[in-house]
Design a protein around this ligand. Structure first.
Ligand code: ADP
Ligand code: MG
Length: 253
């Protein structure tokens, strides 16, 4: 049975998509079968694995809103063992179109039931909001991985996210766990980063991954080539750390 991990934080620009794409690719690289689901209408986790959004005829929108079979929208990527369910801008409408529908929060969970056994890991790249799309991800997930950027106000907004997690646990998904908190974009040249690490560790304790993602130019370049870092520059620091993270995720069970 595949483990479903939602990568969520309602703040934008904290490294959700970078982590979804590169953790997914690195898990695949070490031999796991991985499905990467993009549920952000911006579709960055779609283009990030080399899928041309203009060529996508059916995406996660059709699964969530129009009950299209999940297996019909799964695509292979350039990385062996890594599969994608893409998102296009069409998904922007889903947030509103799902409001009046029955079981609107459990649509993704239902959609995954038939394909879950084909994968070891299913990663869901969430949009920067706590709306219906993120609720669908948290309801479908076994756990949530929270990227936190190493900057001032790193913890700001996290109580709101944890509150949403508690609400989902109470009403929609009793077994939802916090998979881990990932510190991202650390700038090793400043003291600020160290302060933020201390602060986040005080708050989340052993939930914080040992692997910390530094700022790495190659990581920011890779998306424009439609390649995960392990393909774009396998010798880079970025590839090294995401591979470390993949191993840590596997170790944690
Ligand atoms: P989110 O999905 O949370 O909005 P992204 O993963 O898209 O965040 O990251 C925001 C921006 O920061 C992107 O341009 C991305 O390429 C860049 N970025 C993310 N992580 C790193 C990193 N470790 N080093 C350098 N740039 C990064
Ligand atoms: Mg994103």
């Amino acid at each position: 049975m595949g483990k479903v991990i939602a990568i969520a934080n309602q703040k934008g620009g904290v490294g959700k998509t970078t982590t979804s794409v590169n953790l997914g690719a690195c898990l695949a690289y070490i031999g796991k079968r991985v499905l990467l689901i993009d549920i952000d209408p911006q579709g960055n986790a779609t283009s990030g694995v080399g899928i041309e959004k203009a060529d996508v005829e059916q995406c996660v929108y059709d699964v969530l809103v129009d009950d299209v079979e999940t297996s019909q929208v799964i695509r292979p990527t350039a990385v062996e063992n890594l599969y994608s369910i893409p998102a296009t801008i069409q998904l922007a409408g889903a947030e509103i179109e799902l409001v009046p529908t029955i079981s609107r929060e459990v649509r993704l969970k239902r959609a995954l039931e038939k394909v879950i056994k084909e994968f070891d890991y299913i990663l869901i790249d969430c949009p920067p909001s706590l709306g219906l799309l993120t609720l669908n991800a948290l309801t479908a997930a076994d756990s949530v991985l929270i990227p936190v950027q190493c900057e001032y106000y790193a913890l700001e907004g996290l109580s709101q996210l944890l509150n949403t997690v508690r609400l989902v646990q109470k009403h929609l998904n009793h077994d939802l766990k916090v998979e881990g908190v990932l510190l991202t974009m650390l700038d090793a040249r400043t003291n600020l980063g160290i302060q933020v690490i201390d602060e986040v560790k005080k708050y989340f304790q052993d939930k914080v991954y040992k692997t910390i993602i530094p700022r790495n130019v190659r990581l920011s370049e890779a998306p424009s080539h439609g390649e995960p870092i392990i393909i774009y520059d396998s010798k880079s620091r970025g590839a090294e750390v995401y591979l470390d993270l993949a191993k840590e995720v596997v170790m944690n069970g």
